[in-house]
Structures are given as C-alpha cells and as structure tokens.
Ligand binder design. Structure first.
Ligand SMILES: [Zn+2]
Length: 318
C-alpha cells in the first residue's frame, strides 16, 4: 500500500500502516563495505568462504534470507506494538514508518534498545523514523535461538518508542536544552528527561514492569535525592565539561523513577479531574496488579497532555 493514510481507529486497521525495517547499512547495497566477518555473529550465518560456484558469503541465498528474516521480525514486532497503541494514534496521518536496524552497533552504540528518531521524522508528511540497536537485535536473536521468550522490557520496547512519537513536539521543544553546557540549562534538560522517559515508560510499568522502586513514596524519595545531588554537582559553576554532563544524563533513573513521578502529577492534573482513576491505577500498580491495556492507554493519553512547562512547574514543588 502506498500513500498517506489518516488513522481513524475504528475504520483503519494497523495492517494498513506501511512499516519498512532495513539493515543499515544493508550488506547487499552496491556501495556496502560490510565484510562477511562482521556478520559472523548472526545465528545461522553461512560463513564458508567463496565456494566452487563462486558464491560469496555476503550474497549467498541462505544468508540473504537471514537479512530478510531480521527485517521481517522487526516489522512484525513493531506491528504488534502499534496495534496495542492504536487508539492513541487516532487522527494521526502516516505515510511511512522506517526502522533503521543498526546491526553493526556503529551508528548508535549499545547503550539503549531502540529510539524514536524525532530529528529525522516529519510528522507533517506522516513520515516517522525509528532506530533499533544491535543490543536489542542480539538479545532477540539469542532468545529466539534458545527457544525462550523475551523479557517484558524488550516486549514493550516499541510501545515505549511509539509513545515518544506521540510526544514528538514536546521532545522537539525539550531539545533546545539538549546541546548546551550551561549548568542551569543542563539541569532543566535533566529534569525534563524524567518527563519524556517517564511518560514513554508508563506502558512498561503498568504492564507489571516493577523494579527497585515499588511505590510513589519510593520514587519521590529517590527523585528528591537525585535532584539535590544534581544541583550540588552543578552548584557554583556556569558551565560544565561534556564528560560531566554525560555522567549526569546517563542514568536509568529516568526510566525507573519517571513513570511514578508522572503518575503522581496526574493525581492533581487538570484540576484533579482524574484523581479517582489515577489513584486506583497507582494502588493496583503498587500491589503488582497488571493494568488492563485500555486503562494503560487512558493513563498515557492524559499524561501526554502534561506539557514540559506544566511538568516543570509541577515538580518544582517537590
Ligand atoms: Zn525513551
């Protein structure tokens, strides 16, 4: 299917969205410099050197099928996620979703699992771009080979990234704080990361992804400690070194504490209109009860309405 579709959640199905996952760089591209040695880690890769028929390992049919199956597997996983999130995409226009698979690890490194690439996406044309990291692919292929199931974190990775898509414009606005080395700007960016990752990670938390933080109380306590320690690191200096900035921003706490902080803000958000609903969600979550998908989507839908400014004002009283 080609062309732009406008999503009407009950009339258009997730299958009609064009999803294109591709190995980047693709081993079969005419200008590819990928060597067979770099693909040895792919389970099943036939690395025998050029055989009597002159068949080079990179172009061997069997190996080409592996490339295709990785791309198809990525598209299938993404389609499951977009189906789960579908009602939140109501009224969105989509022409194409591209997923660049960084199987060499040279483009994105190994620090994350996947990313919504807001810089290269064009919502006005319905074009959205995502990235998948080598770490994710490695785990996925290994799990498949062992006949096991992926953990919840990996199963909900694409839902997390699609929520970032839904949060596109606030991400763009927050990005103006991203490249500075000025202490006060870094501080704002640091605090905003709890918002963006917190909203995106609500899906995982509410599906039962509870880790060390087990309650709003725990989360607020740790959040306060982190804020104080970050303020201390930045105190008395106008600018900081890139390395120090990296160490402040390189924390899993955005993902673990963030969604709880968002839930806490939602209790009083929009004049406390959602108070009863959110309190019941929090209570279930703290008691380890898995929340229904439609309720999770409802929470995320409300959470996406907390813009950067309202969020910053909300947490300034912590
Ligand atoms: Zn994220």
């Amino acid at each position: 299917m080609t062309g732009i579709i406008k999503i009407e959640k009950d009339k258009v199905s997730p299958e009609s969205v064009k999803v294109n996952a591709y190995l980047n760089p693709h081993p079969l591209d005419s200008d590819s410099t990928i060597e067979a040695e770099e693909l040895l880690w792919l389970p099943g890769f036939d690395a025998r050197s050029i055989d009597e028929d002159g068949e080079h390992p990179i172009f061997r049919d069997h190996n080409c099928q592996i490339y295709e199956s990785i791309e198809k597997m990525t598209e299938d996983m993404f389609r499951v996620a977009i189906t789960n999130i579908w009602p939140l995409l109501d009224c969105y226009i989509i022409s194409q979703i591209s997923i660049s698979i960084d199987y060499t690890g040279l483009l994105l490194g190994n620090n994350s699992l996947a990313a919504y690439n807001y810089i290269n996406s064009r919502p006005e044309y319905g074009y959205y771009r995502f990235d998948l990291t080598r770490s994710y692919l490695l785990r996925q292929l290994k799990t498949l080979e062992e006949g096991k199931n992926l953990s919840l974190k990996f199963i909900t990775t694409w839902e997390h990234e699609i929520v970032h898509l839904l949060d596109h414009w606030e991400s763009v606005k927050a990005s103006m704080y991203r490249d500075s080395l000025e202490s006060s700007i870094i501080y704002t960016y640091y605090i905003l990361k709890y918002r963006s990752e917190g909203i995106a990670e609500l899906y995982y938390l509410l599906k039962g992804g509870i880790e060390d933080i087990k309650s709003i109380k725990d989360a607020k306590h740790r959040f306060k400690i982190n804020i104080d320690s970050t303020k201390n690191k930045l105190r008395g200096t106008n600018t900081i070194a890139p390395k120090e900035k990296e160490s402040i921003l390189n924390t899993y706490d955005f993902y673990e504490i963030g969604p709880w902080i968002i839930l806490d803000l939602l209790i009083s958000f929009e004049g406390g209109f959602h108070r009863e609903f959110i309190l019941s969600i929090i209570s279930d979550c703290e008691n380890g009860v898995m929340i229904k998908n439609e309720d999770i989507l409802q929470v995320i839908k409300i959470a996406l309405r907390i813009n950067n400014q309202e969020y910053l004002e909300g947490v300034s009283t912590y």
